[in-house]
Design a protein around this ligand. Structure first.
Ligand code: GDP
Ligand code: MG
Length: 675
């Protein structure tokens, strides 16, 4: 058993130096199960993350039959720091067949040995770099945590995940590299179901994601644009040793199975013979703090590969060449043999030369397409801007977007066909297929569209109600300045008319509303409702602004004065006797005070006015500083404009002012009599 086993290799040592012997380690597996048509891609990289001494190495050793160092319990000795890699010797499985070499997929595992970096600043650097490295190379990241750490932000080492996420965004936002986060929950006692543990972790991750400092241009990405999440639990190794082993083999089954964990989308597509070079490049850039630009990396590796293969061609030619016993051959044989040797070499060489040429071309081609995408997107935005600023009558927003999109895609397609240079039946043409880029552009345009539509929606929700307010305010002021019992009926009527008028251009023949944004019927309905709610809120705002204590008092006094001081013809009254004053005074006062209930409660014959929607909530949001009279809920009701206290205050002030007028008038009549 042990003869077969390959031990682990330290990829990065404790001094952060890359091990140049990795290439030799990997060579052992170049030909293993990598048939010529799998392009050297039949292998997988899995890494493990987690706090120190959480049994990561133990897990890997049981699951993949590797021999990573495990902390010795009796000495509590630290294992050797660094990043370790091992080819899985065997993957545990619940249906063991005795076939030891079942790792036909060539799973490699990486074990990161840090110290607990949370305490020592220097080691955080190592942790971060190790995270970067694992992320740039791995298809699956195992996150190893104790069950009791779930839900404890720090304890669960989710801080490191924050780093992983951030790094991932800056690395992979461009090419949307996906990877699987496989949470392995250790010492699972079983009181809490795996499902609810998963829920807690998922929620934590979503929280971390939402709080990330997202690099510019990546703000809109969601966690699941990059990561798939899976969860497994393992029993306590010491308390339930049998169950632990059983759980491990069930987990192993998932690694063996075709599509349970691995996914083509996770693979970095670096051929296995270029992997150590790729890994070294990645590490070098991490160490020198350069930005990692991975697509170029892949081209670099491929180019390196070409050089290597071309010297291989020469080597195999040379080998054949020196092996031949030229002296013993006939002239014809010499001729044929040379011809054959040369032909073979040249033929192989041609293929390689073309490969090299193709790589350079691909590089240019890719960057030109990238540029074309940028231009097409700019064209899209410019088209929209110019159409919208023209403010043509009857402009339909979504048609503007549709047109711009059509133009942009046309521009892209026309130009890609201009730069295309291979025949469709050329087998290499696949590499130059612009359709993935076209899809990229389409996706980008569709994201922009969503953004624009959302913005326009917000626009509609603020602009139209604002317009409504400025129109309707004048109507309300006019009406209430001469308030009469029918005023509220009148205003309600006007309210509906103004609302209708402002939205008329969005009303379709079937009486539904369509805001020209290409929204569904339901969404349009929702938006319409939101605008109407805003109208009601504006209505209430206008009323609150107008129906104030001072304003109402002023209006009552002026109504009183009109009636008291002027006769029916609008001429100033000339008092004949003091009794006449009393009668007219009482009458004028009563008719002025009769207006107060009209101001206090907005009502029609049917009762108080109730908005068509519940606006209390939205309104409270709009004026959140209005909290001091929380005992007086009435003020939040639409129709209740003056509280009982307000009314008393108005009545008192009104009385004082009119009393003064009364006294003054009386005095003037008496004076004129005595003169
Ligand atoms: P690593 O630092 O995360 O790689 O942890 P190690 O694999 O070196 O293990 C650290 C210690 O935890 C060792 O003493 C192991 O025996 C112990 N250990 C490993 N797996 C488990 C487990 O599932 N449960 C418990 N309770 N202890 C474990
Ligand atoms: Mg370890």
């Amino acid at each position: 058993m042990t003869d077969l086993e390959v031990s682990a290799i330290q990829v990065i040592d404790e001094n952060k130096v890359f091990n140049s012997l990795l290439v030799d380690y990997m060579k052992q597996f170049y030909s293993q199960n990598n048939s010529s048509d799998d392009k050297g891609l039949n292998y997988h990289i899995v890494s493990v993350f987690g706090s120190q001494s959480t049994g990561k190495s133990t897990l890997l050793n049981h699951l993949f039959h590797t021999k990573f160092d495990v902390m010795d319990e009796s000495q509590r000795q630290q294992t050797t720091k660094g990043i370790w890699l091992a080819h899985a010797n065997h993957i545990s499985s619940s249906n063991e067949s005795g076939d030891f070499a079942n790792n036909t997929k060539n799973v490699f595992v990486m074990d990161v040995e840090g110290t607990d970096g949370r305490e020592r600043g220097e080691d955080q650097d190592f942790e971060r770099k190790a995270a970067l490295f694992a992320l740039s190379t791995s298809e699956i990241l195992i996150i190893n945590i104790w069950e009791h750490q779930v839900g404890l932000y720090q304890g669960a080492n989710l801080g490191l995940l924050r780093t992983v996420f951030e790094v991932n965004l800056s690395l992979f936002a461009k090419n949307k590299q996906r990877c699987l986060l496989l949470f392995v929950i250790r010492d699972h006692v079983g009181n809490t179901s795996l499902e609810s543990l998963s829920d807690v972790l998922t929620l934590d991750l979503q929280n971390i994601w939402s709080q990330l400092n997202k690099p510019q241009g990546t703000e809109g990405f969601e966690l699941d644009d990059f990561f798939d999440l899976k969860f497994v639990a393992l029993a306590h190794k010491l308390l339930q040793p049998d169950k632990f082993i059983e759980d491990i083999s069930v987990l192993g089954d998932k690694f063996i199975s075709e599509d349970q964990l691995f996914n083509e989308g996770y693979h970095r597509a670096i051929p296995i013979d270029g992997w150590s070079m790729y890994a070294e490049q990645v590490w070098e850039q991490i160490e020198t703090n350069q930005d990692l630009d991975l697509p170029t990396q892949q081209i670099l590796v491929a180019r390196f590969r070409c050089d290597e293969i071309s010297s291989q061609v020469y080597e195999s030619f040379h080998e054949q060449f020196v092996k031949s016993n030229w002296d013993d051959l006939s002239f014809t044989e010499i001729g044929n043999s040379l011809k054959e040797l040369r032909q073979n070499a040249v033929q192989q060489y041609d293929i390689l030369a073309v490969q090299k040429v193709d790589l350079s071309i691909l590089e240019v081609y890719t960057s030109v397409l990238q540029k074309l995408i940028r231009q097409s997107r700019d064209l899209y935005l410019k088209q929209i801007e110019s159409s919208l600023t023209k403010k043509e009558a009857g402009i339909i927003f979504y048609q503007v977007l549709d047109n711009a999109e059509r133009e942009s895609l046309k521009y892209f397609n026309e130009n890609t066909s201009l730069i295309s240079f291979v025949d469709v039946d050329d087998s290499e043409a696949r590499s130059y297929d612009p359709s993935p880029k076209l899809r990229e552009l389409e996706e980008e345009l569709s994201n922009l569209r969503t953004e624009l539509v959302n913005k326009e929606q917000e626009n509609i929700k603020t602009k139209i109600p604002r317009k409504f307010k400025s129109h309707f305010k004048l109507i309300v002021q006019d009406e209430l300045s001469n308030i009469k019992p029918s005023s509220w009926e009148e205003l309600l009527d006007q309210f509906r008319q103004v609302s209708e008028k402002l939205l008329a251009k969005y009303k379709s023949p079937d009486s539904n509303y369509d805001f020209h944004l290409g929204l569904s019927k339901e969404k349009n309905k929702e938006l319409h409702e939101q605008v109407l709610i805003k109208f009601w809120i504006k209505f209430k705002e206008i009323l609150n602004d107008f129906v104030t204590e001072t304003n109402v008092l002023r209006l009552l006094v002026s109504k009183f004065e009109d009636e008291f001081r002027y006769d029916e013809e609008g001429l100033p009254v000339v008092w004949k006797n003091s009794a006449e004053i009393d009668v007219k005074f009482a009458k004028a006062r009563n008719s002025a005070l009769d207006l107060l209930p009209l101001f206090s409660l907005a009502h029609t014959a049917e009762g108080e006015i109730l908005p068509d929607y519940d606006i209390a909530h939205d309104e409270a949001e709009a004026e959140s500083d209005n909290e001091e009279d929380d005992g007086f809920k009435e003020s939040h009701k639409f129709a209740h404009l003056l509280s009982a206290r307000d009314q008393d205050a108005i009545r008192n002030k009104f009385k004082k002012q009119t009393d003064a007028l009364y006294v003054e008038t009386k005095r003037s009549v008496i004076n004129s009599k005595t003169e």
